[in-house]
Design a protein around this ligand. Structure first.
Ligand SMILES: Nc1ncnc2c1ncn2[C@@H]1O[C@H](COP(=O)(O)OP(=O)(O)OP(=O)(O)O)[C@@H](O)[C@H]1O
Ligand SMILES: [Mg+2]
Length: 315
């Protein structure tokens, strides 16, 4: 089976500056892939090459089995939003989508139905007859997403679709993106936000200064990032030494430390082990379970260590 996107030894130079250096990665069919990296990492550059906006200096990119140099075929089943979403300010979403539909060869009743569907999907139906120019950034993002979704593409390429949005806007757009993961589509989404990748994607490729750092399954990455997980647990009534001993001696526990009589930390050997026993033990000792918080975000720690200068490189 061909991959949705295949990138092989891709390099992009701007003059003597190397923006993308020998990147090899792929997005499998039906995979939701996060292209993660800090500002200037080369995310937009890679996506511009995939969508044929700029050409590669060397290496190759295939979309749905077609070389991106064969632009028409490569983009046939692709929808994309690259960098800032802009459109005709005096056009309404309905007019913009009518225009896009005609370019993409959708007409008549089919186009009308599709426009209604995508405007509902991105929650812009009630704004369908207002001018694009009057929209907030989040609304513009959603109209652009509707444009990309209109031909019902198998492959979606989105460049930081939540950038510049307020927290509510981010949550809304992420929910729309999660809803697109229906087992039919592939997505390549660039972001510098880790939580976005964990929420929306099942795979992640990390890049830094134009180079590939690592690529893998999001859950695996989280699992590998830290073999243990540190929890801070709070209880309602003071516990005694016997309780602490029982916690420390549990099979799944690497180490346990009291903070005060009402709280303690537990480092688990494997973050994926069942944690219900902690609550059961608290109940058995009649301490009244309050909260258990995972300390730090393991994927965040990994991201920080991998993206810092002189950081850990996996090639
Ligand atoms: N047309 C260009 N001419 C010269 N340099 C460029 C050009 N486009 C991008 N670059 C440089 O290439 C590098 C990668 O840029 P790119 O826009 O791909 O990064 P990014 O990962 O998308 O960053 P951001 O998170 O800020 O969007 C940057 O150092 C940028 O300055
Ligand atoms: Mg960018």
């Amino acid at each position: 089976m061909t991959n949705a996107i295949e990138i092989d030894s891709l390099t992009k130079r701007f003059g003597s500056f190397v923006a993308v250096s020998d990147v090899t990665m792929d997005v499998k069919k039906r995979q939701f892939m996060g292209l993660l990296g800090p500002n200037g990492a080369g995310k937009s550059t890679i996506q511009k090459i995939i969508t044929g906006m700029i050409s590669a200096s060397s290496g190759s990119v295939h979309v749905n089995g077609f070389d991106v140099k064969d632009h028409k075929n490569a983009m046939f089943s692709t929808g994309c939003v690259i960098e800032t979403p802009e459109s005709y300010p005096n056009f309404t979403p309905t007019e913009i989508l009518n225009y896009v539909g005609k370019i993409r060869g959708i007409r008549g009743r089919e186009l009308k139905i599709r426009i209604t569907e995508v405007l509902e999907e991105v929650r812009m139906w009630e704004w369908r007859n207002k001018r694009f120019g009057s929209f907030s950034k989040g609304m513009k993002q959603r109209v652009s997403l509707a444009q990309a979704l209109l031909p019902n593409p198998e492959i979606l390429i989105l460049d930081e679709p939540t950038s510049g949005l307020d927290p509510r806007g981010m949550i809304e757009v992420r929910q729309i993106l999660k809803g697109l993961n229906d087992g039919e589509r592939s997505l390549l989404i660039s972001t510098h936000m880790l939580n976005e990748v964990s929420e929306v994607c099942d795979a992640v490729t990390l890049i830094r200064k134009g180079g590939l750092v690592m690529s893998g399954n999001v859950r695996e990455l989280q699992r590998n990032a830290i073999g243990t997980a540190e929890l801070e647990v709070n209880v309602r009534r003071p516990y005694d030494q016997a309780f602490m001993r029982e916690i420390s001696e549990h099979d799944g526990v690497e180490h346990a430390d009291p903070i005060d009589q009402y709280s303690f930390t537990v480092i688990l050997k494997d973050q994926n082990t069942d944690r219900e026993w902690i609550v059961d033990l608290i109940r058995k000792h009649d301490l009244g379970f309050l909260t258990a918080n995972q300390k730090g975000s393991e994927i965040e720690d990994l991201y920080m260590s991998l993206t810092q200068d002189g950081g850990y490189d996996v090639k």
